[in-house]
Design a protein around this ligand. Structure first.
Ligand code: ADP
Length: 659
C-alpha cells in the first residue's frame, strides 16, 4: 500500500467532509476528467501523425450496477500509465491538466504548432478544478481506476478507500482509456447514496451538469415495450411488456450559446429559455454576447417578460449559470450580475476561468469581475435600446422590474445612478403617461431648471393634489410617484444630468429633483415671498393660536404662496417629507425613533375658510379656532392619502359642525 502524502491526506479529509457539500457534483467531476482525457488524445492526433484517431469514435460512457452499488465512468481518452496513476491520483491537488495547459500545449502553444483557431477552441481543457477526482470519495467508500495509456499494451488499476493510501496493481483493459468505478457508501439517515445508482438519477445529473460536454456521454438505458401479439392469441389476450436495453447519448453536446447567432432561430432561443429557466412564457428580449481578448467567453442572457412569483421573496437568488467549456460550475453565480439587474437570467461560459471550488475565491476572482462589468454594460445598453425603440415593451418591462432599478439607486446611495437613472420611467401629470427623466427635461419650459415630483399612494389622488395642480398651472410638469421606493429613489438621485445637456459653453447642467411638498420649490418670486411674509406677520396672533391648537405637530403656520383652491396645505422643511415620515414609521423597528417630518401648515388667505377662522379669532372663540384648525390639519393629511391620528375625534368635530 502506498501512502497519500500527509498534506494530501489532510486535504482529502477536508474536502470529503466539508468543502463540497453538494455531493452530486462528483459525477460532473469524473465526466470532466474523462472529457479532458479525450481532449488530450484528440489533440495528440492533431499534432502527431502516428496517432490515428477518429473524433467520432471518442466518447464517454456512464454505467451503474444497482446490486453491486457501483457507478462507472469510462472514456476512450488518453489513459494513464502506472506512473501516471501514481503521480496523478496519488497526490491530491496535483493537477496534470493544469500542467498540460501551462506547458505550451495550451491555446498559445497551439498557435505555434497548428495554424487554425478551430483546433485551439476544440482542445481547451475543462480541468483546473484541482481536486476533482477526489470528490468521488464523497459518495464512494472505495474507488477503483482501471486505465490503459494510449500506445501501451498494459493496463493498471489504482484502488483506494480515500483514507490513507492506495494500491496499484496489474489489470486488463481491451484498449486505451480509463474506467473509474465508484463503490457507493452505505446509505445513512442523511444520505441515500444508492439513489445515485439509478438510471433516472444518473441521467438527471448528466443533463444538469454535463449537458454541454463536447463528447457524447452514453448510457445503456432500459426501456419497456409491448410484446408482439402472438398469432394464436385469443380474444382474452392481454398485452405483455418486455424490457430491452438501448445505448443512448444523454447529453446534447453543443450549447446554444456556442452556436453562431445567425444559426439560431428565435424559437430555439426561447425554447432554451423556457426549459432551462422554468418559465412558461417567452422572454421579452434575448441578449447574446461573445467576447474575445484577454478573456474569451460567451454569454446568453434573457430579460423575462414577467417577474417570477418568488421575485420579491427573501429566498429569491439572482445570478447567471456559470459554465467552463460547457460544464456547469454553478447554477446561480451572483457575482455576475449586480443586484439591480437581478431579474436577468442566463448563462456565461468561459474556458479561461481558473475556477476554484470555494465561493470565497469566486468573489475575489478578477476575471469574473471583468466579465460582470462587461455584462452590466451590455444589459444597460440593451435596456436603453429597448426603451428607445419599443416604448410599449419597455413600459411592460418597467412595470415588472422598475422597482428593482429604483431600489438599486436608493440602496447604493445614488452610486448606481449613472447606470440606472436614464432607465427610469415616471408618470407625467402633464402628459398622462410614463416618461423618462430625459423626456421631462426635453419638454420643460425654457426657464425651468428643476424636476418636480409628488409622492403619494395613488396617481389619481396625486393628480388632484392642490400643490400639483398649482405647479402644473405654472407650466411645469410633475412626476407622480406612487410606489413606496419612489421618494427614497428621488432623494438618492438628488439631481439628474440629461443625456444631451451640454450647455453652449460645453458644460453640463444637473437638474435638481424637487418634491413639490418641499420647502425649496423655487417657483415663487421674491416679491411673492415678501408679500407672504408680510401677510404671515399680520396674522401672527391667529397663526400662533393655530400652532398651539396643533400641539407640536407643526413647526409653523404661514401664508402660502403656492395654493389657490384648497384652504390649507402641509409642506415640509428639510429632507424628510410627510410621505417618507409615514413610510419610515411603518418600517419594523421604527419604535426606536425615526426622523420626523418638519411640517409647515400653509394657509390660503384668499380662501373663504380663512375668513371664518379670522372671525372666530376676532370674537375670542378659542375653542372654535382649535376645532377648525385640527379639522383643517386632518383634512390636509387625508388629501395626501395619509392616516390621521384620531379619526374618531375628527368625525365628532365634523358632526358638531353640521349640528
Ligand atoms: P484535475 O481534473 O483538476 O486535473 P483531478 O484530481 O480530477 O484534477 O485529476 C488529477 C489528474 O488525474 C488529472 O489531471 C489527469 O491527469 C488524471 N486523470 C483523472 N481522470 C482521468 C481520466 N479519466 N483519464 C486520464 N487521466 C485522468
Amino acid at each position: 500500500m502506498r501512502k497519500f502524502k500527509t498534506e494530501s491526506k489532510k486535504l482529502l479529509d477536508l474536502m470529503i467532509n466539508s468543502i463540497y457539500t453538494n455531493r452530486e457534483i462528483f459525477l460532473r467531476e469524473l465526466i470532466s476528467n474523462s472529457s479532458d482525457a479525450v481532449d488530450k488524445l484528440y489533440f495528440r492526433s492533431l499534432v502527431d501523425e502516428t496517432v490515428k484517431i477518429n473524433r467520432a469514435d471518442l466518447g464517454i460512457t456512464v454505467a451503474f450496477d444497482a446490486d453491486e452499488r457501483t457507478i462507472t465512468v469510462s472514456d476512450n481518452g488518453i489513459g494513464m500509465s502506472k506512473d501516471d496513476l501514481d503521480k496523478n491520483l496519488g497526490t491530491i491537488a496535483h493537477s496534470d491538466s493544469f500542467e498540460f495547459k501551462q506547458s505550451g500545449l495550451d491555446k498559445a502553444g497551439l498557435d505555434d504548432v497548428s495554424p487554425t483557431d478551430e483546433i485551439a477552441a476544440d482542445v481547451d481543457i475543462i480541468g483546473q478544478f484541482g481536486v476533482g477526482f477526489y470528490s468521488a470519495f464523497m459518495v464512494g467508500k472505495k474507488v477503483r481506476v482501471v486505465s490503459r495509456a494510449y500506445g501501451s499494451d498494459e493496463a493498471w488499476a489504482w484502488e483506494s478507500n480515500g483514507i490513507d493510501g492506495y494500491i496499484i496493481s496489474e489489470a486488463e483493459r481491451a484498449s486505451h482509456g480509463t474506467d473509474v468505478i465508484v463503490y457507493l457508501k452505505d446509505d445513512t439517515d442523511e444520505e441515500t447514496y444508492s439513489s445515485f445508482a439509478t438510471q433516472q438519477g444518473l441521467t438527471n445529473l448528466i443533463k444538469k451538469y454535463s449537458n454541454y460536454v463536447r463528447y457524447p456521454i452514453q448510457m445503456e438505458v432500459t426501456k419497456s415495450r409491448m410484446k408482439e401479439r402472438p398469432a394464436d392469441a385469443g380474444d382474452d389476450y392481454t398485452p405483455e411488456f418486455e424490457n430491452y436495453t438501448e445505448v443512448e447519448t444523454v447529453n446534447s453536446m453543443i450549447p446554444i450559446w456556442k452556436r453562431k447567432k445567425q444559426d439560431v432561430t428565435d424559437e430555439e432561443y426561447n425554447e432554451f429559455y423556457k426549459t432551462d429557466f422554468h418559465d412558461f412564457e417567452d422572454p421579452l428580449r434575448t441578449i447574446s454576447l461573445h467576447a474575445e481578448g484577454t478573456l474569451t467567453y460567451d454569454a446568453l442572457m434573457y430579460l423575462p417578460a414577467h417577474a417570477p412569483f418568488d421575485m420579491w421573496s427573501k429566498d429569491y437568488k439572482r445570478g447567471l449559470a456559470l459554465y467552463s467549456s460547457g460544464v456547469l460550475i454553478m447554477d446561480k453565480c451572483e457575482e455576475l450580475v449586480p443586484d439591480y439587474f437581478n431579474f436577468v437570467r442566463g448563462v456565461v461560459d468561459s474556458a479561461d476561468l481558473t475556477l476554484n471550488i470555494s465561493r470565497e475565491t469566486l468573489q475575489h476572482n478578477s476575471q469574473l469581475r471583468a466579465i460582470a462589468r462587461r455584462l452590466e454594460k451590455k444589459i444597460k445598453s440593451e435596456l436603453a435600446a429597448l426603451c428607445a425603440e419599443d416604448r410599449e415593451a419597455y413600459a411592460g418591462f418597467f412595470k415588472e422590474f422598475g422597482r428593482t432599478l429604483k431600489y438599486g439607486i436608493y440602496s447604493s446611495y445614488g452610486m448606481a445612478k449613472d447606470t440606472l437613472a436614464d432607465l427610469l420611467l415616471f408618470y407625467s401629470a402633464k402628459e398622462e403617461r410614463m416618461i423618462t427623466l430625459d423626456e421631462y427635461v426635453a419638454a420643460a419650459p425654457a426657464e425651468a431648471d428643476a424636476i418636480y415630483f409628488a409622492a403619494g399612494d395613488s396617481i389619481g389622488r396625486l393628480a388632484n393634489m392642490p400643490i400639483v395642480t398649482t405647479v402644473l398651472a405654472k407650466g411645469y410638469d410633475v412626476l407622480l410617484c406612487d410606489e413606496n421606493v419612489d421618494e427614497f429613489c428621488m432623494m438618492a438621485l438628488q439631481d439628474y444630468t440629461p443625456k444631451d445637456a451640454t450647455e453652449p459653453d460645453g458644460s453640463t447642467k444637473a437638474w435638481p429633483i424637487k418634491n413639490v411638498g418641499g420647502d425649496d420649490l423655487g417657483l415663487t418670486t421674491e416679491e411673492e415671498k415678501k408679500k407672504a411674509e408680510e401677510a404671515t406677520e399680520k396674522n401672527a396672533g391667529l397663526f400662533d393660536a393655530m400652532k398651539e391648537a396643533l400641539s407640536g405637530k407643526v413647526e409653523r403656520v404661514a401664508v402660502s404662496t403656492r395654493i389657490s383652491d384648497a384652504p390649507v396645505m402641509l409642506t415640509t422643511e428639510g429632507a424628510v417629507s410627510l410621505q417618507m415620515a409615514h413610510l419610515l414609521k411603518e418600517q419594523p423597528g421604527s419604535d426606536e425613533g425615526v426622523p420626523e417630518a418638519k411640517i409647515v401648515m400653509e394657509v390660503n388667505v384668499d380662501h373663504p375658510v380663512f375668513a371664518v377662522l379670522k372671525e372666530a379669532q376676532a370674537s375670542g372663540d378659542a375653542q372654535k379656532v382649535e376645532d377648525y384648525t385640527t379639522i383643517l390639519f386632518d383634512q390636509a393629511l387625508l388629501v395626501e392619502g395619509l392616516p390621521i391620528e384620531d379619526p374618531l375625534q375628527f368625525a365628532q368635530r365634523i358632526s358638531a359642525l353640521m349640528k
